[in-house]
Design a binder for this molecule. Sequence first.
Ligand SMILES: CC(C)(COP(=O)(O)OP(=O)(O)OC[C@H]1O[C@@H](n2cnc3c(N)ncnc32)[C@H](O)[C@@H]1OP(=O)(O)O)[C@@H](O)C(=O)NCCC(=O)NCCS
Length: 165
Amino acid sequence: MTRTPPETANLPPLVPKLALLKLDKPTTGFYRYLYDVVGRPWHWVDRHRMTDLALGGIITDPHVEIWVPYVGGVPAGYIELDRRNTDADDRRTVNIAYFGLTPEFFGRGIGPWLLRAGIRQAWSSGIDRLTVNTCNLDHPAALPLYQKCGFRPFQMRDALFDPRR
Ligand SMILES: CC(C)(COP(=O)(O)OP(=O)(O)OC[C@H]1O[C@@H](n2cnc3c(N)ncnc32)[C@H](O)[C@@H]1OP(=O)(O)O)[C@@H](O)C(=O)NCCC(=O)NCCS
């Protein structure tokens, strides 16, 4: 969790033909493609289990923003900001629900740039806190990157992973 917006600029990495676009009413097919290519190596499963109706309701919700970096026109990953505040305590919270790149685009600085762009976007609407969930199945660079971007742990829990479920 972080409670303060970043102070430093977010320079794009030296990657030719880099663009960042917000999805406007994404189709479930395109979203499922992104979720699969980004999440498959990391055992992301929850959204695979959703019906198109349920998934479509989330990804077209006006409080959910999905930003996609394109490299030479090819989608390289995404970051999903969830402003649907489900906290009981009334604080304006944005949660980074999903964030990642497809493996072909690792190692070029696109991930840190995308994360910082998402963080700035999240803070742009005046919020109290920004949260993100990560687990030890995620890429080993994920946690250090979150910490470098100012996130501090506020909740930890043990969970058993069963890929068949
Ligand atoms: C995590 C992720 C976004 C990083 O993006 P990236 O563009 O590949 O990042 P980079 O390779 O440019 O490196 C980012 C930093 O992580 C470091 N890093 C790279 N691989 C690492 C590893 N195996 N262990 C620890 N740190 C590592 C880099 O040295 C770099 O640090 P620096 O900024 O101090 O130089 C990307 O790997 C990813 O999408 N992973 C899969 C999905 C995922 O795990 N998402 C997080 C879910 S919560």
